[in-house]
Design a protein around this ligand. Structure first.
Ligand code: HEM
Length: 228
């Protein structure tokens, strides 16, 4: 295993997570007024509803799909009697459906942001970078389906699961599992990890609040007038 491989897949993941958590915390503490999704609805309503809904269904499906798919211990699937091949097939189909949904939404959002003059001049380079980077990541993710289709035994997926699980359990040997993974997978992993690096510096921070809003379900009533 080369030093570069060890750095990119054994050390960079921790750098990315540290920047993600620390920079999010610092921005939340210091830059509250910039902490928003920065809706463009008032500038131009066209295509926003369709693009935004498709994009968010897709990206949230992909997020939770990756979380469950990568981090559920292999022993759980084995105990449930789910073969590695079946697990890979489910990942390919579910990831494919969510990936295409996300891609369709993203292309609509990009089309409106880049073609409408009012929107374009009111978009920062960060707004554009987010869309372009997510597009790159989703396209690379969808491309891995074609690689996976060439070997349906689930072994490469198993290597990726081991990589992710050894990373989160802080074992130093994670990168070794994916030395032989195909290049498309490696590029997808790198672009995916980089999403976490750019996250705190862009409008993406609103996703924290989106998830945080779930706590509203259990919060105390807000009293707007005194009881008599
Ligand atoms: C957690 C739940 C989430 C909620 C409630 C949420 C909500 C929103 C809202 C209200 C907007 C503004 C739409 C408008 O222009 O009016 C938005 C935009 C956006 N969201 Fe989310 N979001 C969530 C998660 C995410 C995630 C996980 C990502 C990607 C990692 C994401 C990426 C984006 C992007 C890129 C835009 C800008 C789209 C554009 O107008 O170009 N969101 N989101």
């Amino acid at each position: 295993m080369s030093n570069l491989h060890q750095f990119l897949f054994g050390i960079y993941p921790y750098i990315a997570v540290t920047i993600f958590l620390l920079a999010s915390l610092i921005r939340f503490d210091r830059e509250q007024y910039s902490w928003k999704s920065d809706s463009s609805q008032l500038l131009y309503r066209g295509q926003l509803r369709l693009g935004n809904i498709l994009f968010h269904i897709g990206i949230l499906g992909l997020f939770f799909g990756h979380l469950v798919g990568l981090l559920t211990p292999v022993v759980v699937w084995d105990t449930l009697g789910v073969s590695h091949g079946l697990k890979q097939m489910v990942a390919m189909v579910a990831g494919g459906v969510m990936g295409v949904t996300c891609l369709a939404g993203l292309l609509i959002l990009m089309h409106r942001r880049f073609s409408n003059i009012r929107l374009r001049v009111n978009s920062s380079w960060r707004d554009k970078l987010v869309l372009v980077w997510l597009l790159l990541t989703v396209v690379l993710g969808l491309s891995t389906i074609f690689v996976s289709a060439e070997h349906l035994d689930g072994e490469e997926m198993l290597a990726l699961m081991n990589w992710a699980q050894h990373l989160v359990t802080l074992r130093g040997d994670a990168a070794g599992f994916i030395v032989d993974a195909s290049g498309v997978f490696k590029l997808h992993l790198l672009s995916g990890m980089t999403v976490f690096v750019i996250f705190p510096f862009t409008r993406l921070v609103h996703a924290w609040s989106g998830f945080g809003a779930v706590t509203y379900l259990g919060r105390a009533w807000q009293l707007v007038r005194p009881r008599k």
